[in-house]
Design a protein. Sequence first.
Length: 276
Amino acid sequence: MANVETTITGGIAHVKLNRPEKLNGLTLPMLGELIAAAHHVRRNKGVRAVVISGEGRSFCAGLDFGEVMAKPVKIVPVFLPRPWRGTNTFQEACWAWRRVPVPVIVAVHGHCYGGGLQIALAGDYRYTTSDAQWSVLEGKWGLIPDMSGVQSLKELVGIDVAKKLTMTAEMLSGERAVELGLASEVADDPLAAAMDLAHELTQKSPDQLAAAKRLFNRSWNTSARTTFRRERAEQLVLLMAQNTAKARKAAFAKAGAKQAQLAEARAAKYSPRVLP
C-alpha cells in the first residue's frame, strides 16, 4: 500500500501523506513516492494547482528514525546526490515540489516536524491551524535540516531566526509560525482553505501561474538588473500566449457584465414610479 496518495480532480492534484498510525513519519520508500508524485504531477498538463496534506492527526512528524536506521546500509545510496539535479533523495523529496510549474499549497495540522517542515517549506503557500506544532526538530537529535530546509529557511526568515530555530529545535505554534514567516496563514480548516485557493487558481491562466512561480523562484535573490531582464522575457512570452488572450477576453466579459448590472441597478433606482 502506498503511503503517498495522489488524486487529480478538476485540475487540482491532491497529494496526501498516508501513514497516519505513525503520524505520517517519513520512510525511505515514502521519499521515493514523494518524488514520483511530483514527477507525475509535473508531467500532467491538466494540473493547475497542487495541495499537499497529511492523513490523520498530523501533517508529518518528520523522518521515522526507527524505520530508517533499522538498515543503515540503505541510507548510503539515497544520500548521494544526483549530478544532474544537485539533490539527493532526501532533498529531492522536498525540492521536487519547487520544480513543479504550478502553485503548490500545503495544509498543515497537528505535527509539522523536521522533514515534514521541510516538505511544507518547499510549497508556495502554507495554511496551518493555530495550534499546530512546528519545529526544526533535527536539532534535538544533534543534526541539521538537510532536506533542502536551509535553502527554504533563508528565503523565508532572517538568518538570526533560522539559526535559533535550527540550534534550539524550538516548538512553535501555527500562529507563531505565521508571525515568523514559516507559514503563510492560519485557518481553522487548512485543507478546506487550501482547496479553496486551489480552485481559485484553476480559473487563472496556467501560463501566468507558471511564469509567476518561475520568475519569483529564480529572481528572489538575484540583482535588480537580472530580475528586470527576466520580467521582460516572461512578459513577452505571455503577451503572445493563447491563454493570455483567453484570460483577457474573460476579464473584459466579466467587467462588461458587471457594468451592465450596475447600469440596470441605477436605472431601476432612478426610474419614475407609477402611483396606483
